[in-house]
Design a protein around this ligand. Sequence first.
Ligand code: 13P
Ligand code: SF4
Length: 319
Amino acid sequence: TTAEKQLKEKLLQQMKEQDAILVSHYYVDDDLQDLAEESGGKVADSLEMARYAYEHKASTIIVAGVKFMAETSKILSPNKRVLLLDSEAECSLDIGCPIDEFSAFCDEHPDRTVVVYANTSAEVKARADWVVTSSIALEICTYLRDRGEKIIWGPDRFLGSYIQKETGADMIMWQGSCIVHEEFKAEALLSMKQAHPDAAVLVHPESPMSVVDLADVVGSTSKILNASRELPNKKFIVATEDGIFHKMKEYSPDKEFIAAPTAGSGATCESCAQCPWMKMNDLQRLERVLDTGHNEIVIDEEVRAKAERSLKRMVDFAN
Ligand code: 13P
Ligand code: SF4
């Protein structure tokens, strides 16, 4: 609509005036993904979001995603102003891994290297030796295994189990999960696969192992998206949050994308594979944040500096 177009133009203008870019995750609203690119920012997986914001010269980074993503940017770029569209945009993995309990768990196993998923608080990152995202977890855990290190993994138990299976690394695990991906159902997916034998199955590793076992490609949002572009298949069954379909359809308008089932009945559930926190991001919140400067990320300097060490290890490893 014209009103929406005018709003987007206003937001782009404001970002320009404030030397700001919008960096977006694939799971947020389509309009925000488009606006991120128009602002000079990027739509990306969680590792690329962090690296992009870190390397970009803009002095303000606005994050369309969830809290841990904005905190990650702030940890890496303490001199930038980092804003989150909704301060309530959480993640079940972060919520399910409180620092005191996690730290006590680590204290019980002082001989182990602590590897945490990026979907955690700044405090948990500060307690860790390494931070990883889904796109680099396998490589880093393989590296640690080869060095003979034993691992404490947290918080996603499904991603942890997948890595353990792939690498054979010695890992003990915190029992967290993503409330979105844990809902995918293997039996129903198998029926769907049989109904569409020509489809490639793409799965995010936060899904249960039984679902991961049925995948043709397992990986981060970026990896899944790339597979949808590069594989010769014309049809894909996709087990991740449904925001990903925006870019998949943009890159491959002639291909068919089917949401993997989240209900045991075999019926696809249009609204199940949606992250309630990712869906808090919208144009109205962006407008409010630009008008008011609210939701700026502030992290205690001691915590930040410690978290930076474990995050930088990942960034350096990736380079
Ligand atoms: P990616 O790192 O694959 O983007 O996944 C992060 C995530 O779980 C966002 O919800
Ligand atoms: Fe967290 Fe899952 Fe939402 Fe990602 S999709 S932010 S892992 S709850």
